[in-house]
Design a protein around this ligand. Structure first.
Ligand SMILES: Cc1cc2nc3c(=O)[nH]c(=O)nc-3n(C[C@H](O)[C@H](O)[C@H](O)COP(=O)(O)OP(=O)(O)OC[C@H]3O[C@@H](n4cnc5c(N)ncnc54)[C@H](O)[C@@H]3O)c2cc1C
Length: 422
């Protein structure tokens, strides 16, 4: 039986661990967090149909049920608004993701912390905390040993780097695979959705997802997270995204109050409700994320070391595809390793096929995220004018809406060949 070591217990690493366990493959996850509750994952994630299918493939039935039970209420569409809150176009859910009778083919808003709980469920014996990976070594027959900063080590048949955008596994394994500053910073804010805030929040902002287009090198994304059963912790996630030079250097070091002040200064001429929204977000729920993007590396020869998720194809969250792509990696790698484990494929062929396919959809997602980010940040008056004019036309004509928005959402999450045959 194959014995798999996973470095990093984030979304991709944990989904892979669940998937491998489901196929009876031995797996251990090494996570640098000191304990399970060290991290508070504050925001919500948009899981698209590719992410849902991947979760369905990796998770045992009980976990999948927990995922759908704890997901937020879907719906509300995607609005493109002006800073005066005028709706240029409202893209209906059915345009973004055509209705699918199979729950695994749908999109779900999820709370990150809740998803993490689902992914960790049943893995207590497999996840080792306070294990910061330092480096690996390969034996003469190519088997990996991972070394940790506490001086301990672990050996297995396959080592998977699922250790996020600043991956140490990738740095050692693929030193030519670099990542770059994507040129923008995101400030995440969270407004509680309760009777008080709903009383003044304009109706459109209290629904679905929205993008406030500004014509300046910044924009605002909003997304509602409402639980299916009322628990009193519904919220509106806001992400203010700006070109780097509009912010202080190292914004991730600023506290919530200072970050809010930066944002407030850039939106003084926006609709008062948008300003109030930023103003009323509690400072302890505000943080900054400098965006990074991985460069596409030249193909490499497969070995018993591989990588998944942000560790290899990190991307800015414009378009919300990073976690979905990490989940897709987890599902595909599960499939490939179980084929090898069952003797249907040589191990290195299984890993090589995974990497070939992963590079294709993974770096396509990076390019799409960069394109979306650039479009959002453009301040070229001609482009801005044309975009607004086109969006307004789309707002009136449903066929234009389907043509313009349907294709881009559907394309990234459409099943790949191996997913259709699964
Ligand atoms: C504000 C924001 C909003 C986003 N929204 C969306 C969205 O709506 N939809 C979407 O699809 N994506 C979204 N993303 C992107 C998504 O969060 C990432 O793409 C996703 O978390 C990547 O998963 P991963 O498992 O590859 O890495 P991570 O989730 O980053 O996990 C990496 C893990 O490795 C651990 N680790 C790191 N180094 C070491 C080490 N040396 N040793 C041991 N462990 C280590 C880390 O502690 C972490 O647990 C968003 C990102 C941001 C910042």
């Amino acid at each position: 039986m194959i014995d798999v070591l996973i470095i990093g217990g984030g979304i991709g690493g944990l989904a892979l661990a669940q998937g491998l366990r489901r196929h009876g493959i031995a797996v251990t996850v090494y996570e640098r967090d000191r304990h399970r509750d060290e991290r508070v994952d504050r925001y919500r994630l948009a899981i698209n149909p590719a992410g849902s299918r991947s979760l369905r493939a990796c998770l045992p039935d009980r976990h999948w049920q927990a995922f759908t039970d704890t997901a937020g209420r879907p719906g509300g569409g995607f609005g493109f608004l002006g800073t005066d809150l005028r709706t240029l176009v409202l893209v209906e859910d059915a345009v973004m993701y055509p209705a699918d009778p199979d729950p695994a083919g749908r999109a779900y808003p999820v709370d990150r912390q809740t998803l993490r709980g689902v992914l960790l469920d049943g893995l207590d014996d497999a996840v080792h905390y306070d294990k910061a990976f330092e480096r690996y070594e390969l034996t003469a027959d190519g088997r990996p040993t991972a070394h940790f900063t506490d001086g301990t080590s672990a050996s297995g048949d396959v080592l998977v780097g699922a250790d996020g955008i600043n991956s140490r596994v990738r740095a050692q394994y693929l030193p030519a695979a670099t990542q770059r500053d994507a040129g923008a910073v995101g400030v995440g804010l969270k407004l509680p959705l309760n009777d008080d805030t709903r009383a003044w929040l304009p109706a459109r902002l209290a629904e679905g997802m929205n993008l406030v287009l500004t014509g300046a090198p910044h924009f605002l994304f909003t997304s509602v997270f409402e639980r299916q059963e009322p628990t009193g912790d519904d919220y509106l996630l806001c992400a203010f995204v700006a070109r780097n030079d509009l912010f202080a250097s190292r914004p991730e070091r600023l506290d919530g109050q200072r970050l809010k002040a930066y944002v407030a200064e850039l939106i003084t001429d926006w609709h008062p409700a948008l300003r109030q929204m930023v103003d009323e977000c509690p400072p302890h729920e505000v943080s900054a994320f400098p965006f990074q993007a991985s460069d596409r590396p030249a193909p490499w020869a497969p070995s018993r070391v591989t990588v998944l998720g942000d560790a290899v194809h990190g991307m800015p969250p414009a378009g919300g595809n990073g976690a979905n792509t990490a989940l897709r990696d987890a599902a595909l790698l599960t499939r490939q390793l179980s084929l090898a484990d069952g003797g249907h494929l040589p191990l290195l062929d299984a890993i090589g096929d995974y990497e070939t396919e992963m590079r294709e959809y993974g770096f396509h997602a990076v390019e799409l995220a960069m394109r979306t980010l650039r479009q959002g940040l453009t301040s070229n008056p001609v482009t801005v004018g044309l975009t607004r004019g086109w969006f307004s036309l789309c707002g009136i004509a449903a066929p234009l809406r389907r043509m313009t928005f349907g294709a881009s959402w559907a394309e990234i999450s459409a099943p790949r060949r191996w997913e259709r045959s699964a």
